[in-house]
Design a protein around this ligand. Sequence first.
Ligand SMILES: Nc1ncnc2c1ncn2[C@@H]1O[C@H](COP(=O)(O)OP(=O)(O)OP(=O)(O)O)[C@@H](O)[C@H]1O
Length: 258
Amino acid sequence: MDVLRLQNLQKSFGSVRALKNASLTLREGEVVALLGDNGAGKSTLIKAISGVFPVDRGDIYVRGEKVSIRSTRDAMDLGIETIHQDTSLAPDLSIARNLFLGREPVNFGWLGVFAPLDLAKLRKAASELLKRVGISKKLDADALVSTLSGGERQSIAISRAMQFAAKVIILDEPTNNLGVEETHGVLRFVKEVRDAGHSVLLITHNIHHVFQVADRIIVMRRGEIVAEQTVADTDLLTVESIITGGDMSALLKEARAK
Ligand SMILES: Nc1ncnc2c1ncn2[C@@H]1O[C@H](COP(=O)(O)OP(=O)(O)OP(=O)(O)O)[C@@H](O)[C@H]1O
């Protein structure tokens, strides 16, 4: 089942054609890595899907239905959550508050003040969530996000997306600036997210990470999708060559002949 289908997306910034004719599909419960050199159009593509700006032309389908994404709210309502590098968490609030930020389960009091009972509920829900996503051992729901490491912050941001049953979770360079162990933790978590049935679009410059977690690879070059392969059917060197401008058909023939 295709959870997300992009058909012939086009987007220009003045004379720069950032997306020329980009089409791709994301199926249920798969991790697709979106690769491409600097300026290939990856950010433009994810911004279009996450509602940062509309495309000039082209169609977006969510679970087979044509949709119009005009704002980040539209994207979220359709079950598309994007997690940027800086994760957009509020550092001075607790993990519990961050997990539900803007979508707190219960109401505010008469004066818009959080009632103590609500906070208790929130904390309980947060602890349950952390337990469910398997990161409760190390993290206390009351801890401030500012005390967490980069990897833990990514995990909280991804948990938040899972919490709201996002069909599609877009991860924009989730392992940037992380240490080795933290990186492994986040990559392991990406697999768990997939195993829980969510679909993940992973943007990264690290091809090694792609081969560890992705099911499929899509390569963009100059605003176009130039290659699409299951991870099992390709290898690191081939993908690297495609990203940097190699002739894909020749490379694939070469790979098959090996
Ligand atoms: N807001 C903008 N105004 C003008 N040009 C833009 C804008 N955003 C992107 N571009 C241009 O569109 C093209 C695609 O950029 P984009 O940021 O999507 O690439 P990218 O693949 O995400 O690159 P990187 O890996 O460096 O982030 C580039 O030529 C870029 O300069």
